[in-house]
Design a protein around this ligand. Structure first.
Ligand SMILES: *Cc1c(COP(=O)(O)O)cnc(C)c1O
Length: 465
């Protein structure tokens, strides 16, 4: 069958409040053309983020009822067994979300003078590395910065650059090497097993630990199964296990492939590191058997990590994102190619070349999609990375002597919540985008009239030019 259906039935529904174009015009103006300042109630299809926005299954909700809220409860041991079985890690620390794991990890291994390489740091990962006093270095492959390059594993780490970096700065300054699967900042692009093995080889040679930022490990495994040579006959579980077997530790936000609304994990092998991480966890998150979560959250996570590796779920998940990407391209909207695992990124600079970079073409597209269809997306470009923050930190800007433009791509991200929207919702998004193509000349640049000192994209206000 060519039609891939949603592999679930719907038992509980959440109404969507419809708005008219006239209402949306006013909402947009009142929010200073910043969609972070619009209430979810005023959004028809919300593609702002795939983090913590997924729908839980009936089994997960059953787990919520089963949750044991006593100390050292069974819920923790069930959770630990599930994660150990999936990843092969014996030591599983629960945390309230991914950045809590990152904060503990980099408090242990970071510090001034240290350098942490990654294929591409996610923003909270970078922030936690830098908060410790260390420097965060991105080492993507050259194809990662070319919007139309169709590399099957565009998220790969540049192994050559990694070796160069180690030679340049010396192994003592590098506490660990991190690989983000899938590469979120780079467009949800996967990392191949071949690349992970090659990175591991370099790490082993230099005695460096390899850590995974494994938020989307299941989506990454699906791409490996379907794109990498010799992998099609292996099960998702086998591939997941090999990815984790290559690692000495991992930080995970369960708000992505954990299929829950809150939760995270820190995995380590080293006993000494476990002891130190546990002490920090107890200090700021909670005891090692709950890490700032309720027993019920651990039950929901245990079940989520089980469901996410199911073939039917992953086929539906990856195909629905790809479907959106294909249809947008067919409608004449340039996107980052190929479609990633959790989101589609529209290349706004290419889509509306009449809007100069300093008038925020990405934000103009974000506003256009809201006006036409009440769709919420997010700008990832000059609004997010320009201004007072270091623009060289921007998304897709690699650590490489070859490419130092210092300029971010002007992107609009459509992130897909897990198991929330059906194909007709996505068809509606596609139709709205098609309308936007016809009216792209009407898109107007924006002027920022209020800019907070840090993380300006959350609260900035604009007016149209
Ligand atoms: C979401 C995310 C994080 C941070 O996790 P939170 O749960 O949001 O704290 C870290 N790395 C990547 C790649 C992510 O996508």
């Amino acid at each position: 069958m060519k039609t891939i259906i949603e592999p679930f039935r719907i038992k509980s529904v959440e109404p969507i409040r419809m708005t008219s174009p006239v209402q949306r015009e006013k909402i947009l103006r009142d929010a200073g053309y910043n969609l972070f300042l619009i209430r979810a109630d005023d959004v028809i299809v919300d593609l702002l983020t795939d983090s913590g926005t997924g729908a839980m299954s009936s089994e997960q909700w059953a787990g919520i009822m089963r949750g044991d809220e006593s100390y050292a409860a069974n819920s923790f041991y069930r959770f630990q067994d599930r994660i150990s079985e999936l990843t092969g890690f014996d030591h599983v620390l629960p945390t309230h979300q991914g950045r809590a794991s990152e904060r503990i990890l980099f408090e242990l291994v970071g510090g001034p003078g240290k350098i942490v390489p990654n294929n591409a740091h996610f923003d909270t990962t970078r922030a936690n590395v830098e908060h410790s006093g260390a420097a965060a270095v991105n080492l993507p492959i050259p194809e990662a910065v070319e919007p139309h390059a169709r590399h099957p594993f565009k998220g790969n780490m540049n192994v050559e650059s990694l070796e160069e970096l180690i030679d340049d700065v010396g192994v003592e300054r590098i506490p660990l090497v991190m690989v983000t699967i899938t590469n979120n900042s780079g467009g949800g692009q996967p990392v191949s097993l071949e690349n992970l093995r090659a990175v591991k080889k370099v790490c082993r040679h230099h005695g460096l630990p390899l850590f995974l930022d494994a938020c989307r490990f299941a989506e990454n495994a699906y791409f490996i199964k379907h794109r990498e040579k010799g992998m099609s006959n292996r099960s998702i579980r086998e591939i997941v296990r090999e990815m984790f077997d290559l690692a000495d530790g991992a930080t995970i936000s369960a708000k992505k492939d954990g299929l829950v609304n809150i939760g995270g994990l820190l995995l380590v092998r080293d006993e000494e590191m476990l002891r130190r991480a546990s002490n920090l966890l107890i200090l700021t998150e909670g005891f090692v058997t709950y890490g700032g979560l309720a027993g019920r959250d651990l039950e929901a996570m245990a079940q989520g990590f089980e469901e996410v590796v199911h073939d039917d779920y992953l086929a539906y998940r990856i195909r629905s994102v790809e479907y959106l990407g294909e249809k947008l391209m067919a409608a004449g909207i340039p996107i980052l190619e190929p479609p990633g695992g959790h989101a589609i990124y529209i290349n706004a600079a290419e889509f509306c070349p009449h809007i100069p970079r300093d008038q925020f073409p990405g934000q103009a597209v974000v506003c256009g999609l809201y006006r036409i269809g009440g769709i919420r997306s997010v700008e990832i470009g000059s609004v997010m990375f320009g201004g007072s923050t270091k623009s060289s930190d921007a998304v897709l800007t690699p650590h490489s002597k070859r490419q130092q433009t210092g300029q971010p791509l002007e992107l609009v991200r459509l992130a897909m919540p897990r198991r929330v929207y059906t194909q007709s919702h996505i068809d509606y998004v596609i139709e709205s985008a098609g309308e936007l193509v016809l009216r792209r000349k009407e898109l107007r640049g924006l002027r920022m009239i209020y800019e907070p000192p840090v993380l300006r994209h959350f609260t900035a206000r604009f007016e149209e030019i």
